[in-house]
Design a protein around this ligand. Structure first.
Ligand code: SAM
Ligand code: DTB
Ligand code: SF4
Length: 328
């Protein structure tokens, strides 16, 4: 059943079940809505890196922290097309373009709209994450053919102000509403392992599940700790707590793709397999996220083989083609 009226207490009862009961319930929900052995593959490209005026304490791209990230302006169209071609060859179905902006200017929206047309022409679904959008900007991106917009709530409303001071939770909600009104699919999730407590993780899930419509895609990121960011050195989250978050997301948003997102380089294959069992059915492939490392493509395909997982709807089809196409 699709619900939008979760209370914190109900979500807590769900989340705190014995681990085996939680995984059984999550896997049952997963099987009722999806092929349990198919995982969707997205790839990421940072089209504009670093120098962001926001102060998100987790982010290596904020201008406020010295993280050694190499900044660059918006990439030229040809470079983006080439990356999209390689992603497609490797079996990705969605190409996500990330920009380190608080909110794009009108000219920047026009430029990204052009990139969206180019990537769509390569036969890939497009996703972009560019910061806050006005209603009109969302409309223009939708008209250009942008299929998904990623805009994360990141954490629970109670904690938000401790992590980011340059915008509010309601700013985030407003952009999500603009994206919905423009008819785009919503990709919205968060980060765990930022030092939040269990109620903080549950609070994020309640906010996501109680949105007027569930996001089509829910990325669950494990904090990637980058030296120079204020959250560097935060005590690491217990992996079972991460799996519980994935499982609860699957149960509370049974029709959504739940993406095992950032942080996989720190996870064992066993931990990732548990996430798939808990209902994760999407990942980012390619050896780089936006600025940090992600597992090698071959490593991911080896894990898929071991687990009997098939990439969902990818047209790269022939594994040898996929192996030849090194992502970025
Ligand atoms: N600037 C835009 C924004 O913040 O909406 C788009 C790019 S931003 C890098 C996209 C998302 O990446 C953030 O919302 C956050 O959830 C995630 N992210 C950034 N740094 C991260 C980190 N160190 N670990 C895990 N996720 C991270
Ligand atoms: C999301 O939820 N995770 C991705 C994507 N959406 C844009 C980004 C992860 C970024 C990890 C840190 C980095 O590589 O800079
Ligand atoms: Fe900027 Fe996005 Fe990073 Fe925040 S998460 S500093 S808005 S790039």
């Amino acid at each position: 059943m699709i619900r939008h009226d979760w209370t914190h207490d109900e979500a807590t009862a769900l989340y705190e079940q014995p681990f085996n009961d939680l995984l059984y319930q999550a896997q049952s929900a997963h099987r009722a809505h999806f092929d349990p052995n198919a995982v969707q593959i997205s790839t990421l490209l940072s089209i504009k890196t670093g120098g962001c005026p926001e102060d998100c304490k987790y982010c290596p791209q904020s201008v406020h922290y010295d993280t050694g990230v190499d900044p660059h302006a918006l990439l030229p169209l040809d470079d983006v097309r080439e990356c999209a071609q390689r992603a497609k060859q490797a079996g990705a179905t969605r190409f996500c373009m990330g920009a380190a902006w608080r909110s794009p200017t009108e000219a920047q929206v026009d430029n990204v709209a052009e990139l969206v047309r180019v990537v769509n022409a390569e036969g890939l679904e497009t996703c972009a994450t560019l910061g806050m959008l006005t209603a009109d900007q969302a409309e223009r991106l939708a008209s250009a053919g942008l299929a998904y917009y990623n805009h994360n709530l990141d954490t629970s409303p109670e904690i938000y102000g401790d992590i980011i001071t340059t915008r509010t939770y309601s700013d985030r909600m407003e952009t999500l509403a603009h994206v919905r009104s423009a008819g785009m699919n919503v990709c919205c999730g968060g980060i765990v392992g930022m030092g939040e407590d269990r109620p903080g993780r549950i609070g994020l899930l309640v906010e996501l599940a109680n949105l007027p419509e569930h996001p089509e895609s829910v990325p669950i990121n494990m904090l990637v700790q980058v030296e120079g960011t204020p959250l560097y050195g935060t005590p690491k989250l217990d992996v079972f707590e991460f799996v519980r978050t994935v499982a609860a997301a699957r149960i509370m948003m049974p029709d959504s793709f739940v993406r095992l997102s950032a942080g996989r380089t720190e996870m064992t294959p066993e931990a990732q397999a548990l996430c798939f069992l808990a209902g994760a059915n999407s990942i980012f492939c390619g050896d780089k996220l936006l600025t940090t490392a992600n597992p090698e493509f071959d490593e991911d395909m080896a894990l898929f083989d071991q687990l009997g997982i098939e990439p969902l709807g990818g047209e790269a089809a022939q594994p040898e083609d996929a192996e030849r196409a090194v992502l970025r």
